[in-house]
Design a binder for this molecule. Sequence first.
Ligand code: NAD
Ligand code: UGA
Length: 434
Amino acid sequence: MNVSIIGAGYVGLVAAVCLADAGHNVLCVEKNPARLNALKKGDVPIYEPGLEQLLAHVLQQGTLQFVSQIKLAATHSQIAILCVGTPEGPDGQADLSQVFSASAELAKYAKDYLLIVEKSTVPVETHKKILALLKETQKKSLFDVASNPEFLREGKALEDFQHPDRIVIGADSERAHVLLADLYRSYTKKGIPIVKTSTASAELIKQASNNFLALKISYANMLAELCEKTHADIDDVTRGMGMDQRIGPSFLKAGIGFGGSCFPKDLAAFIRTGELVGIHFGMLREVLFVNNRQRERFLAKIHQTINHLHEKNIAIWGLAFKPETDDIREAPALYIVKELLGVQAKVHLYDPKAMPVFKKIIKETPQVYYANDPYDALENADALLILTEWSEFLYADFEKVKTIMRANHIFDARNCLAKDRLLSMGFHYVGMGR
Ligand code: NAD
Ligand code: UGA
């Protein structure tokens, strides 16, 4: 079937490519000219394993087209899927300006029926505001607004989109439910379940899921702090907890805390939603508090170990907010690097994918060196910080590391290295709760 996608950011691009690969005729609208031109040529503006190849395939097959005019989307199909950004606004509330302006534009050009689908993450009841706006913009057409939230993870986006645990479809009309069920027919044929709900419930499922995952991480990080004071090992503790099927092992990895474009802003937006209806989400405030404290605690460990940081060279492996992506939005590395530069330390930075984007924010200067490879970052280093658990760091040659560094401190913000082995090799190892 014909389908339109509005916004070719992370989610829009993955959705467009996967739906085109599933046999739909997809029109994807992107308003950023540089991004649009790159995509038309098959250049992927983000790093995501396998995405460039699948994009080339669907472009060649002719099932995906990129355009700049939203007008074309309103007439191409009965379904327009909003994948625009919903960043954090000044008071923590989600900034829905991209959602509203795209919706109003679509309404202007709609023919007789248009189903607008929220795939962007939005606060519960946003659909009512969109619907009011649509009706106000154009009185002749009939509109539905549905919620079909996206649960993909960066770095695993294709796999998550194509093999999700569930597809959530929230709508308040049967027509909208039928259209969206048709869109995902090839997925449901493979046995992927659909969760059919009202629009409001679907909006809430998305935010509630992200917040719960963030809560699990902060719970593990809270325990990590206790482990440090009691000589327990957080990895053993969460392993033991996670084997209880009621708890489960995922999202219990302690470390420097979560980053990324979504958990921090979705938590802030949810707390604000609660305030607006008179509910105090103190538990979620604590999730953010514990998360921020992990970064501070990690930095404090460096200060406690190394005197005179202003004379020191600090090697940093990992700048992305997690492995398999070049996304640095809310990455712990941004905080740590800025703090180290603030005390006049020199930083030697390396990341397999994220250096070009990081360079745009933290410029190369005599105090900031972007290394050619992980070992190059270690020349004359007084400490090595691991801020992202890329597999090439896990399997690095630590005998070689030892010969290059001028001191033996390793600060493992992700608890991803073999502590006992490093200790036996003569390193001074510092983790988070182990
Ligand atoms: P993004 O900001 O990277 O991308 C949004 C894109 O939409 C940009 O390229 C922008 O130019 C484009 N855009 C905005 N208004 C437009 C318009 N009127 N017409 C055409 N293009 C327009 O955002 P993202 O990371 O892809 O996230 C999008 C939404 O999905 C957010 O609500 C986010 O919370 C949610 N989400 C993100 C992820 C993720 O992993 N990044 C996962 C699940 C859900
Ligand atoms: C997260 C959710 O996992 C997705 O389901 C959701 O669609 C997405 O947010 C979104 O709404 O944008 P993502 O941010 O790509 O996906 O990455 P995650 O794998 O969830 O990791 C988020 C952060 O938590 C990373 O910084 C990661 O290092 C950290 N993390 C994750 C931990 O510290 N411990 C863990 O056990 C898991």
